[in-house]
Ligand binder design. Sequence first.
Ligand SMILES: [Zn+2]
Length: 491
Amino acid sequence: MASSPLPLTHEKFNLEIIEYIQDLGSCWRCAMRFTREREPEAYQRKIVDLKQEPEEKLLKTSPCVICLGLIQDQFINECITDEIAQHVIESDYDSPTFACMVSLPIAIMLREQAVWFLTTEKFPKLLSPNFTVDHVTSLKDVWKFVFSKMLEFKLKKKLAHSSSSFQIQVSVLYPDEISECGALVDMCPEKFKHRYKQTKIYQEGIFTRNAAHCVLAGMSSTNFQKFYSLKVPNVNAYYGAVQCFHTSRHIAGRYQKFSRKLCQTPWLIEGEKHMDTSIQELICQHLEPFFKTQSVKFSSSGREDVDVRTLGLGRPFAIELLDPHRTLFTQDEITQVQSSINSSTDAIQVRDLQLVSKEQLSRVKKKKQKIYRALCVTLDGSTLTAEDLIRINGITELVLMQKTPLRVLHRRPLAVRPRTVHEMKVTLLDDHPGHFILRLKTQAGTYVKEFVHGDFNRTVPNLCILLGRPVDIVALDVDAVELDWPPALFN
Ligand SMILES: [Zn+2]
């Protein structure tokens, strides 16, 4: 928006303008907007005392030629804010503040432009190079000046002057919108030709504020008046849907997974759930009712296979709560939600559950090293020798070339990826001949199972090559995800 010049100060000049615009059929508030008056109080008076309206004018019930009755005393009543407030109260948001968006008919832009041209012709001084129709105090602002106190009182919330995460969207409709906007098409058929053809793409309608702005910008008065002349409206504008929305909140924590039969996220095959539940569902079924949200987005630093456990401090995860109705809570209350998650299942445990900022979220997706513990077995039943152990345990920073594993080829592109095993350590299990524990510290994205059995030599080198005999993996645990986020909590 262009920066606004100071209001016109010459009171007599102001009065003349107001009088002229009212004579065109405007309400006193719209007339005053053209004087660049920006003081809310100036619009909150019941009846303008700048110009005493003759009685017959007060009784006149034609809607204002600009605002279509929206901020016109004769069309304002308590019910308007009652209906908006009722809807917001039923939506049950706990935000102490609100922002208010009013979407106005495009016809009002045309009408404002028409009055602007008529007024600047009458008062050429208005046409100083730095004062344009964009500097007229906006109807949206004046709507808020008039209604915000009533709304604040009824909602018991404060109107936020900068920004609020909670938005109330009020749409204003006008029955003659389409027919009046036809003038825009006449002014610039090119602009709307393809919009008429592709109504599916332009779901917000053929006419948008942007399109109208493009057509009107830079148009001369003579040109404009060829296509549009100001008429008293037959009907007034009315209120349509009220919509409420709160911006997302984000929760993070760590989970341990003790089950070898649990997916991280719902496993859907052709829309059907393949397994009873998932880590995401076990956690979110407790978060959704607490935050009064209908939908969530789950993300985590990597994911384990269904049959892999995640132990140690667990795997960091983050959940975006979309349009939460509840946003006021304490850390104690979140910790209680964590307790109810943990007491509802043996398959997972959650820790460090906490509110985080959106800015912190990128950290959950940072690539990090992982520490694994694998139970392995030699397929020929042989036991590893002391020399095998010394050789394997001495290997560091081993670079593997991993061709996409056969088991994930259906969902990942075929490629050869270099991945580094930073350290490895083998411990024999004396009671179980041929079995041993392999501890690995690897780069993010390393396929550990394939490193052990080789995946038909799609991963090289692999443990079979390093040990000179066939080896397989029996079970795998993630012991640590080396990410110091979210901060540990004492709970
Ligand atoms: Zn008006």
